[in-house]
Design a protein around this ligand. Structure first.
Ligand SMILES: [Zn+2]
Length: 505
């Protein structure tokens, strides 16, 4: 007796090969038979006639590790077909904190505390460079001493031995951004010892984009480490088109034998903190509380404004305030619109929001070109991602959190035909499974975990927008994790079939 048979679907198995009509039988959470017509008895049968059956989507770049303890259902992930999330990106992770006795003291203590918590979506995580640096030397804006560097390495080794995928850099965020290239190389060597992965939110995605790509390539070439470029993009109009150059640089390194991938989300706006966007690095020798203090100085405000204008132009009309508890009634408005209401200029407005919120404000930054997005989505080694945690209690957030995968399949694959559906599914499943060493995931194949999406390929699309971000996607009929349906018509049923995936090192 099978647990579930999915009948008569168009099976796109994740390998990139053409789809075929068939049945899939599942027992004990595993795909046990794939055939033209499975006859055996089953507790449950799903008729997938006219529908497409694929492996569950793997969110190749997320911050879902932040949900584990407080929001373990990861509802926005499950409702867009994500069955496994890769967390701990951009240098930021819950652990290590280095605080003695804390459940987050080390990566290992964090995994121990998390490993028995049932989750909505499976999870695997990097360890973040900012977390290592904070544990070793706080928010200091300087080179580490040799003993501080040793402490970082010690925490990094501990993380690698306790199941971290590798190390993530977040080179626009404090304190990861205070590291020089030499520090990045020293830590990458440790990752290489463990045959782990290195991911990087590179140092600049705007006017110094190419230099930043070059820097990460230097780290890769100096150490031979396997690497992933995070949310690859070039921001602000004068920099549009530079991804053609960056992809050439990366291709040439791959030709030389380096193992490099990238992830990308299918949106023209990025999303990050207002502080990291408006205040350039030279002024950020402080944690978020310090930022509020710094902004009480008028001369300092002038300097920060001047530096921003020099780099990015003199308007903040491209910034949409999305999450800011202290100014929640302005969420969903652009900074220039708030400025008009307050009778101030864009920068005074942004600074007042930062000062009045303890720098707890997130924005969407409309700064990318559609051509670039398509170029990167099409790139052979590009995987799809949300670059998001979960909504928690926020009412406004970047729609990628809710709809990256349906949007990719609807807007970019069906409508714009950026890649074939088979290739698109490979980017969402087997490619990330192979990059992240998820051995039994990412394919419809006998012996693989029964993490599966069933959707209408003619209808699947995102509905979440920048204004109505909570809208569910359309066309996604079933999401299955470990052989059990967890969402039907993009409505999560509350079953937690995922977990923090134990490591096999
Ligand atoms: Zn990032």
């Amino acid at each position: 007796m099978y647990d579930l048979i999915i009948k008569n679907g168009n099976i796109i198995d994740g390998s990139g090969k053409a789809g075929y009509i068939g049945d899939i039988a599942i027992k004990d959470g595993v795909i046990v038979c794939i055939s033209e017509n499975i006859k055996g008895e089953s507790k449950e049968v799903i008729d997938a006639t006219g529908l497409t059956v694929t492996p569950g989507f793997i969110d190749s770049h997320s911050h879902s590790d932040y949900a584990v303890f407080d929001y373990p259902d990861m509802i926005e992930k499950v409702e867009q077909g994500i069955t496994t999330s890769i967390g701990g990106q951009c240098g930021m992770t819950l652990a290590p904190t280095g605080v003695k006795g804390d459940k987050l003291e080390t990566f290992g203590t964090m995994v121990n505390a998390a490993k028995d918590i049932p989750l909505g979506s499976n999870l695997k995580s990097f360890v973040g460079h900012s977390a290592l640096r904070i544990s070793a030397m706080g928010y200091e804006n300087r080179k580490p001493t040799s003993s501080e560097l040793e402490t970082m390495k010690k925490y990094l080794r501990e993380a690698m031995e306790n199941g971290a995928l590798g190390l993530s850099y977040g080179l626009i965020y404090t304190p990861s951004c205070y590291a020089g290239t030499d520090e990045l190389i020293e830590l990458a060597k440790v990752v290489k010892e463990y045959d782990g992965l290195l991911s990087a939110h590179i140092r600049n995605e705007g006017f110094e984009f190419i230099e930043a790509v070059e820097e990460f390539l230097t780290v890769i070439k100096e150490t031979g480490v396997k690497a992933v470029f995070s949310h690859h993009k070039s921001m602000y109009k004068p920099n549009w088109g530079k991804v053609n150059k960056s992809l050439e640089m990366i291709d040439s390194a791959i030709k030389d034998g380096y193992d490099i991938h990238m992830d990308v989300y299918p949106y023209e706006a990025s999303s990050t903190s207002l502080a990291a966007t408006v205040i350039s690095k030279e002024f950020r020798a402080l944690d978020s509380k310090g930022i509020a203090e710094m902004l009480s100085d008028k001369a300092m405000r002038e300097k920060i404004k001047e530096a921003y204008i020099k780099r990015n132009g003199n308007s903040l009309s491209n910034l949409l305030l999305v999450e800011c508890p202290a100014f929640s009634k302005y969420e969903g408005m652009r900074i220039d619109e708030i400025a008009k209401l307050w009778g101030k200029d864009d920068f005074e407005t942004a600074f007042d929001i930062l000062a009045g919120s303890g720098a707890n404000a997130n924005i969407c930054n409309f700064s990318m070109s559609e051509d670039d997005i398509e170029t990167v989505l099409k790139y052979e080694r590009a995987m799809i991602c949300t670059d998001s945690s979960v909504a928690k209690d926020a009412k406004t957030y970047h729609p990628r959190l809710k709809a990256s995968f349906p949007r990719f399949l609807g807007k970019y694959v069906r409508e714009r035909k950026v890649v074939t559906l088979e290739e698109a599914i490979r980017k969402c499943t087997a490619m990330p499974a192979s990059v992240y060493g998820l051995n039994n995931k990412g394919k419809i194949e006998v012996g693989y975990d029964a993490d599966i999406c069933i959707f209408d390929a003619d209808k699947i699309t995102d509905k979440a927008s920048y204004v109505n971000c909570t809208e569910r996607c359309e066309g996604l009929k079933f999401v299955i994790i470990g052989g059990e349906v967890v969402a039907e018509n993009a409505v999560y049923n509350g079953k937690k079939k995922g977990c923090f995936i134990p490591h096999k090192r």
